[in-house]
Design a protein around this ligand. Structure first.
Ligand SMILES: Cc1cc2nc3c(=O)[nH]c(=O)nc-3n(C[C@H](O)[C@H](O)[C@H](O)COP(=O)(O)OP(=O)(O)OC[C@H]3O[C@@H](n4cnc5c(N)ncnc54)[C@H](O)[C@@H]3O)c2cc1C
Length: 461
């Protein structure tokens, strides 16, 4: 590769804060809100022009899951307050049973209501916000991260901080600070595929339900959802396998996906479709991301045509929104002081240093095919993520929250779901604020004190 040498430059310091949070997705906004509520001066930096992360940028909804069983809620705290705010704005019914039977509950949300709810909660917490600003480099003092450089319409700016939370989803800051990172699955470094989601309106839900009743074997549905098909608050469809196979055999639909998968949105007739699948592209390589987006648009065009032509209930439906960004399931994960293992998830381990819970099955979209594998825990089980999974091995001053925590490929396929990322963010935010208050680096905090504080705030550890 050819290189140029850039001239040395002096960069203005635009802020000096206690806690700098990079990335405004579920992990990032929960971290900033929690840090501010704990009394720290918090600044949240987001490269986009709204908050919410993949849920609002890539339309990857509903949120799932806040529950290990219908009677045991394992993600509360900021995440639960957000759900209540979405409900108050008329943007969702709260937690409802999962019609597909993957989890105890799912939490549908209108993406626009979710954007407003996140912004409202963030503003009320006192956290400051800097939008349309990309974090491009760490500020380092030896091996201690003490801020970040951002690029935005003002040019380059330095943001100093006592503690930094990397919630970029891709461990952008940790990676650039030379924290050890891994990418994809252990056997061949392939990551889960990307998906460009799209929203359609005008779907005739009654016609879809009639098709399910007529050909029940063509659908994955929980026994309860089959029984209560007409009274379900939200229907999810994973099926029409036979129609997909027929359209693929006739050459009208690429073989990127084996089924129709969509979730109804709270507004009648609206659905979010998860049918595209882009394999073998890296979410942290600009040229590959561009190619992946283009492939996603073409697959979405084919999928829309197929849905309207072949699928009952879709003949009058219209595509009303392509997600503003392709959804990236997996890229880098840090190598932390602890690592969440596949067995920790499957056996529902609750270690003494756990700071955030998860209960979604290991949800593996094949990195090299069109299938989907679910590895489940025992019914009602959940696992807790050790604090050390948020601490990069050879750095100080930095916490990593969200889908880039230290975990195996399979464990990450459960822990990456939004509610668990919210819980991880809240844990990181409280840890960052405690670290400032105690004048201790995050790695030297007493985990018992962090857990106590999280429980006092209403979180579950
Ligand atoms: C196709 C797909 C389907 C999914 N389906 C579901 C589902 O149905 N339910 C569910 O609960 N979860 C689902 N997920 C998983 C979930 O949405 C994500 O794993 C989760 O949002 C991760 O949260 P996060 O905060 O770690 O990262 P993200 O949500 O990715 O947020 C990261 C944020 O950081 C910002 N950012 C990134 N880099 C920088 C930078 N350098 N500088 C500044 N800002 C930056 C981004 O713009 C973004 O706002 C799905 C994911 C995908 C891709």
């Amino acid at each position: 590769m050819d290189f140029v040498t850039e001239p040395k430059r002096r960069t203005p310091v635009a802020a000096d804060v206690d806690v700098l949070v990079c990335g405004g997705g579920p992990a990032g906004y929960c971290a900033a809100i929690a840090a501010a509520e704990e009394g720290a001066g918090a600044l949240l930096v987001e490269r986009g022009s709204f908050l919410g992360g993949s849920a609002t940028q890539a339309l990857v909804l509903p949120l799932m899951t806040f529950h290990a069983s219908p009677s045991e809620q394992i993600v509360r705290g900021v995440g639960q307050r957000l759900v209540e705010e979405v409900m108050r704005l008329g943007g969702g019914p709260g937690h409802v049973p999962d019609p597909l039977g993957c989890a105890a509950t799912i939490t549908p949300a209108d993406p626009e209501a979710l954007k407003q709810a996140v912004l409202g909660l963030t503003a009320r917490s006192g956290a400051r916000l800097l939008l349309q600003s990309s974090v491009v480099a760490p500020l380092l003092s030896g091996r201690r991260v003490c801020g970040a450089i951002v690029e935005n319409k003002s040019g380059r700016q330095a943001l100093r901080a006592k503690v930094v939370v990397d919630a970029t989803g891709d461990a952008d800051l940790a990676f650039r600070a030379k924290a050890p990172c891994v990418y994809g699955r252990e056997s061949d470094a392939l990551a889960q595929p990307m998906t460009l989601m799209f929203r359609m309106s005008g779907v005739d839900g009654a016609a879809v339900r009639a098709a399910i009743r007529e050909n029940p074997d063509d659908f994955v549905l929980s026994p309860e959802a089959r029984r209560d098909l007409d009274s379900l608050p939200i229907l999810a469809v994973s099926g029409f396998f036979s129609l997909v196979r027929k359209a693929q055999a006739e050459g009208r639909l690429g073989d990127f996906r084996d089924r129709v998968l969509y979730f109804e949105l709270p507004r009648a007739g609206e659905v979010i479709v998860n049918m595209t699948r882009v394999l073998r592209r890296s979410g942290v390589d600009a040229a590959q991301l561009t190619a992946a987006s283009l492939e996603g648009y073409e697959q979405a065009r084919q999928a829309e045509e197929f849905l309207r032509r072949d699928v009952p209930g879709f003949s009058r439906a219209r595509l009303v929104e392509l997600a503003s960004q392709i959804g990236v399931r997996e890229t880098r994960r840090i190598v932390g002081r602890a690592t969440l293992g596949t067995d920790d998830v499957l056996e529902g381990r609750l270690p003494a240093d756990g700071v955030a819970r998860g209960a979604f099955p290991i949800d593996l979209h094949s990195p090299d095919g069109s299938g989907l594998t679910l590895k489940r825990m025992k019914p009602g089980a959940s696992y807790s993520i050790p604090y050390g999974c948020l601490l990069p091995k050879n750095l100080e001053g930095l916490l990593v929250a969200g889908r880039a925590i230290s975990a195996s490929h399979e464990a990450a396929a459960s822990a990456r779901l939004s509610p668990t990322c919210m819980a991880l963010g809240e844990a990181a935010g409280v840890a960052a604020a405690l670290s400032c208050a105690r004048k201790l680096p995050p790695s030297k905090l007493k985990v018992a004190e962090l857990r106590r504080r999280l429980l006092e705030r209403g979180a579950v550890v």
